[in-house]
Design a protein around this ligand. Structure first.
Ligand code: ZN
Length: 164
């Protein structure tokens, strides 16, 4: 996907009316369902409960909410299949997650903070900030000399602060 098309997909998502009804937790579910969709073509409620470490009953509730937004079809025996709209938005959510995680990694954030911070940031970013972080990430990747300079700067600062 070209950057421009990606940008419009993201904007489409961020501007869609339904988004107001998408809580961070619903975004997490959809992201996880999309990951399963990529691997197996579908997801299952039982598997989701295990992956997200929640009760099967709350999985059912959230999956029903996502179904009402037209993002997935929820069939008998816990089989979940994404609609085209669900796939588009799921793909955006996954890309957003990966970008934030890669960006944080690039500037030196490590586990146990990396995943936790990604999860906190991803759901609350505006499209504007998202796009700028993406540009900065690409810029830093394309300019290793700048990255080296940054890493040296970090080292010097850390020596002074004797920490981090
Ligand atoms: Zn995520």
């Amino acid at each position: 996907m070209t950057d421009d098309r990606e940008f419009y997909t993201f904007r489409g998502y961020l501007m869609m009316q339904d988004r107001q009804q998408m809580t961070p937790s619903m975004e997490d579910y959809l992201e996880m369902i999309y990951r399963s969709h990529l691997q197996e073509g579908y997801a299952r409620t039982s598997q989701l409960a295990a992956q997200l470490n929640v009760q099967a009953s709350s999985v059912t509730k959230t999956v029903q909410k996502l179904a009402r937004l037209g993002l997935l079809n929820y069939e008998k025996y816990g089989l979940i299949q994404l609609t085209e709209k669900g796939k588009r938005i799921g793909s955006f959510l996954l890309k957003r997650h990966i970008l934030i995680e890669n960006f944080l990694k690039l500037i030196g954030v490590k586990e146990p903070y990396l995943l936790r911070d990604t999860e906190m940031i991803e759901h609350h970013l505006s499209l504007n900030a998202f796009h700028k972080i993406k540009l900065l990430y690409k810029f830093l990747q394309a300019n290793p000399a700048v990255m080296e300079q940054f890493n040296r700067y970090k080292l010097e600062r850390n020596k002074l602060r004797r920490g981090d």
